[in-house]
Design a protein around this ligand. Structure first.
Ligand code: SF4
Length: 473
């Protein structure tokens, strides 16, 4: 051993860039919590540095001993480009994240080692193996970690992110919606951090009037745990937002605790108003206890603003589906909303169904040079792919029109608090400008001209593929 510390470079990849694109999409510039988690998990004697590909040039020639990249499906292609740069320079690359678990056989082609599953319990061991040149190719976490680690946000210093504090309380979700990669990754399980850790982290990092975003996949997957956390939040008078499933709307105590603990609004995955489509996506529970209109009444009664998300392209969807959804979104006064086509993420039941029905237009849309952001990667049943894409754009255009903004502002829940009303106007105006802004974005950097390097882990990759198709031996 020399006295030189082991140097680890943490990279957060962007989704992609057009040729000559200078500024990255503003609304996508949130603090990458996964990078801060990796930083927190590195052994204390490791020298760390962090580059966010969305905000800055990566100095590929800066000396380093290891690069870690957390890979999402949308950032996979860019992650492979970045990995190629480092590997051409002889620097080993370690990959983890959602996509490494959903598509390990593919990710393995672009790095020296991968972590499958949650990295908490494994990462110190993996780093130690790599630094001593004794690493395996595949590391797999066999159990859910205790979630005892707080992210190391010092790596964000000097970087200009949106002024929203991202905090995690719980991970995973107990439901099994067919399009959702969360249920595949966590196998429909759910776990949460110790509540006192979350409160301590908030006390240490919260700045007055800052908005906190609990990034949980479904904060109320366990209503009892969520309530306990909200009770603990009350004395701290923070303003927060989160994402939940609709079931919370029928629990008066939960809604009241949300409001009392400072919740400003929640993202709710309505997805569809159509019973047949909800059935096909295994989300029939969205129609429980009176369905979305009753849920909206309850949310409004408790002063909670709603970011509604809708997806289109299920087999029963027609032009009328868009019209009914728009009526609902406008009449119910949604604070904001998303109108997207369904996306078959690898590893999900939706992807398997589309594949078995031979409806995928690309085998791996996320890693296909021809694919662009917001293109439809499958053949819809009742309209063409072009019509589906156009109708989603049209829905966004109508929802963010001035007449719709004015109509939705009439709901007192959107008007009541001057600070949130100002946010209502700003955010809606931003979305109005961005109706088509992301369409056509390449996946990966179109300015990057080299070939993506492939690994020689053919045996391990074949084994992973076999396991995925037939289960472990
Ligand atoms: S409720 Fe939300 S997080 Fe849970 S499986 Fe369904 S879409 Fe995924």
């Amino acid at each position: 051993m020399t006295g030189t510390p082991f140097r680890v470079t943490i990279i957060h990849p962007c989704v992609g860039r057009h040729i000559g694109m200078e500024k990255y999409i503003r609304t996508w510039k949130m603090e990458p919590l996964s990078a801060a988690m990796v930083a927190a998990l590195l052994p204390s004697d490791v020298e760390r540095r962090f580059y966010d590909d969305r905000l800055e040039q990566i100095p590929f020639d800066e000396p380093t001993d290891l690069v870690t990249i957390s890979v999402e499906t949308y950032t996979a292609r860019r992650a492979y480009q970045i990995a190629s740069e480092y590997r051409q320079r002889g620097v080993p690359v370690l990959m983890g994240g959602f996509h490494a678990t959903l598509c390990p056989e593919e990710v393995l082609q672009h790095c020296e080692a991968i972590v499958i599953g949650e990295a908490e319990t494994l990462l110190p061991e993996v780093i130690d193996d790599i630094r001593h040149g004794q690493n395996a190719v595949v590391y797999r976490s066999s159990e859910r970690p205790a979630l005892q680690t707080s992210p190391d946000r010092s790596i964000f210093h000097g970087k200009k992110y949106l002024p929203i504090r991202l905090v995690e309380f719980a991970r995973g979700c107990r439901f099994r919606c067919d399009f959702c990669a969360i249920q595949t990754f966590f196998n429909a399980t759910h776990s949460h951090r110790p509540i006192d850790h979350v409160i301590r982290e908030l006390k240490d990092t919260y700045r007055r009037r800052q908005l906190v975003f609990f990034i949980d996949d479904n904060l109320t997957s366990s209503l009892s745990q969520a309530k306990e956390m909200m009770r603990a939040l009350i004395p701290h008078r923070i303003r927060w937002v989160t994402q939940t499933a609709i079931n919370v709307a029928y629990d008066d105590e939960a809604l009241s605790l949300m409001k009392r603990s400072g919740c400003q609004g929640v993202l709710v995955g309505f997805e569809s108003l159509d019973a047949a489509a909800l059935g096909q996506m295994n989300k029939g529970f969205n129609l429980m206890d009176g369905g979305p209109r009753e849920a909206m009444k309850n949310f409004r009664r408790h002063g909670l603003r709603i970011y509604g998300t809708f997806i289109f392209g299920y087999d029963h969807d027609t032009e009328a589906t868009f019209r009914e959804t728009m009526n609902f979104a406008r009449e119910e006064g949604l604070f904001i909303a998303a109108f997207n086509h369904i996306t078959p993420f690898p590893g999900t039941p939706l992807y398997s169904r589309m594949k078995s029905e031979r409806r995928l237009l690309y085998d791996s849309w996320w890693n296909d040079q021809r694919y662009r952001y917001n293109m439809i990667p499958f053949r819809p049943a009742q309209m063409t792919a072009r019509e589906l894409a156009d109708r989603c754009v049209q829905a966004r255009r109508e929802f963010y029109s001035w007449s719709s903004i004015a109509q939705r502002a009439r709901h007192t829940v959107n008007l009541r608090d001057p600070w949130m009303f100002m946010n209502y106007l700003i955010i809606n105006a931003m979305h109005q400008r961005d109706v088509e802004g992301r369409n056509g974005l390449p996946l990966g950097d179109a300015n990057w001209q080299s070939d993506i390097l492939q690994s020689e882990h053919a045996v391990a990759a074949a084994e992973l593929l076999r396991e995925k198709q037939h289960g472990p031996l």
